[in-house]
Every structure is written in structure tokens, then in C-alpha cells.
Design a protein around this ligand. Sequence first.
Ligand code: KG4
Ligand code: ZN
Length: 340
Amino acid sequence: MSSQNIYILGIESSCDDTAASVIHNGKILSNVIASQKIHEEYGGVVPELASRAHQQNIVPVVHQALKKAGITKEQLHAVAFTRGPGLMGSLLVGTSFAKSFAYGLNIPLIDVNHMQAHILAHFIDEEGFNKPSFPFIAMTISGGHTQIVEVKSHFDMTVIGETIDDAVGEAYDKSGKILGLGYPAGPEIDKRAQKGNPKAYQFTKPKVAGLNFSFSGLKTAILYFVQREVKANPNFIEENLNNICASIQYTIIGILIDKLKLATKQTGIKQIAIGGGVSANSGIRQALKDGEQKFGWTTYVPKFEFTTDNAAMIAIVGYLKYLEGDFAEQNITASARLKI
Ligand code: KG4
Ligand code: ZN
């Protein structure tokens, strides 16, 4: 078995996406995702419904990932799975499946930390995308997480800042709910923000010391602001939606960039990589580009399909751990609050 010819199956089921991916050495052969539409009508992820849907999706999703990759399960060298953090019921589906699958095939099992995977997605071989060199700062921004991490090597990472309440994606989604937008609202707020005036309305930024974030106060400020304006003019939202979205986006991006500036100052590291669903945002992408000019940053944004929850990022971590011989035992359990 040459180290040049390794096939790993990655499985992700931490939240509401059931995903499987096959990686050949560092290159992704398939990246299959079954997103669960069921949560839209509830305006957020319903844990019990999520685990039931994972249960239904996992076998067909894995089957399709192998088929798309053009390999049989007997060709796999290891099975990697998300151990945590995430919703316990959801994690259990992927964990149990991966354990039995690896056991049945008599190949190694590899546990993956979902937050590390968002960062290590930058190490997938992908044309047109450079890999960051160490050390770098990673900012993971999604509906479930907001962290700043100092990355010294693939598996030597320190969280240097994180949210003390809501994640940044939640700030987008909850603001969207106040404005009567669908779930998740991030993409629509982003689209409308590009057509509005970012300085139309001012929202105070939270005062959180150091590199931690807080977004729950912003949500309340937006709620009170909208309630006050709607009282004076019942059509306020419809008449000013683009400006409201632009102002919310301007505030959120400002908060993220302020913390990145502080992180680069504290660590002396000017390489910045972002990941997670919110890294699709046009405002953060532009702000990072501006940072290259203004502050001498080098910035990395992964390919879109590797930013939101996916199994390719689990597969790349599986591959990196496989090379180090870092395997899990069969008695491993899922861990909802797993830390980096
Ligand atoms: O990484 P992800 O798919 O799932 C989680 O792990 O949460 O991220 C989903 C989050 C949602 O909150 C969604 O509103 C947000 O990412 N999002 C965006 C954009 N695209 C997705 N937020 C702002 N701008 C976007 N373009
Ligand atoms: Zn995630």
C-alpha cells in the first residue's frame, strides 16, 4: 500500500446536512450533500427532525459518494466521521454508521473535529486555490459557530476568540426573521445589502473585550429599532429593506474586521483564512480583499462548496490523520461539545 494511493470516505452529520465525500490523496472525487429542507418552515433547525432525516439519508448519500467517486467500498483505506461539536442526535447517526462501516470493512476509523475540519478544508487540493502556510489565523463564521483560531500546524490550533452568545450566521438569520425574510436569511440580506446604503442606519457595535464576540445585543437593537420605526410608518420595512440590510451587514462586517485587526496585532500573523457558511458573504470577501491593500494581509477563502457544512472537509482531515496513523478505537463516542 503506497502512501500515494489512499482513498478515504468522509461522513458529516453534525447539524442539518447529511454529507459524504471520497478523497483520493488530497483531491476530492465526490462531495455529496443532502440538505434538509424540512427546517425552513420552522425558521431554524429542529434537532429531532434532523436526526430522523440523517437516518433516512445516510445510506443513499454514502452510496452516491462512492458511486460518483467511481470506487467500491472495498477500495477504501479508512472511514472518517464528525465526532463533534454539533447536535447529539445528529452526530450519533454519522458516528454509528461510520463505526459499523469501518468495522465491517476491517479498516481504520478516524474521528474528526468539525471546527478543525472547517479550517483544514483549505488543504484540499483544488486548482486555483492556494493553501495557507503556517502559522495563520482562521476565522470560522457560520450559523453555529464564530471563532478565531491561531493555527500553528495541521493539528496544533488554539482558539483565541469566540462568541459568548449567538453565532454570526444567527445574527443574520434572526435579523432576517425580524424583517420577515425566509430562513436562512443570510444570503438574502447579503443580496439586498449590495443595493442599499450601508450608512443609512447606525447600530452600536457590542463592546466585548479581546477577541471574543457577542451578537445577541445587536439582534435586540435591530428589533427595537424596527419596532419603533414601524410604529411611526407601518410600511417602513418594505420601503427601506435594502438600506436596512446594508446597514446590518455593514455593522456585522465591521465587528468581524475589528476583531481580525486585533488578532493580527496580538499574534503578529498576517495570513488570514476564513471558513463556514458566512464566508460566502460578499461584504466579508470584499473587506478581506481591502485588508490585503490596507493592512498587508494575505487572505484565503475556500471554494464555496467547502465553506458550508460538507463532508469533503471531513475527508481531508481523515487523509491528514491517516498519514500520521492517528486512528480512533471502536469504543469512541460522539461528543456534542467537543473543543478544538
Ligand atoms: O456553515 P453553514 O452552512 O451551516 C452551519 O454550520 O451553520 O452556515 C449557514 C449560515 C446561515 O446562518 C446562513 O444565513 C449563513 O451561513 N450564510 C450567509 C450567507 N450565506 C450563508 N450569511 C451572510 N451572507 C451570505 N452570503
Ligand atoms: Zn459547520
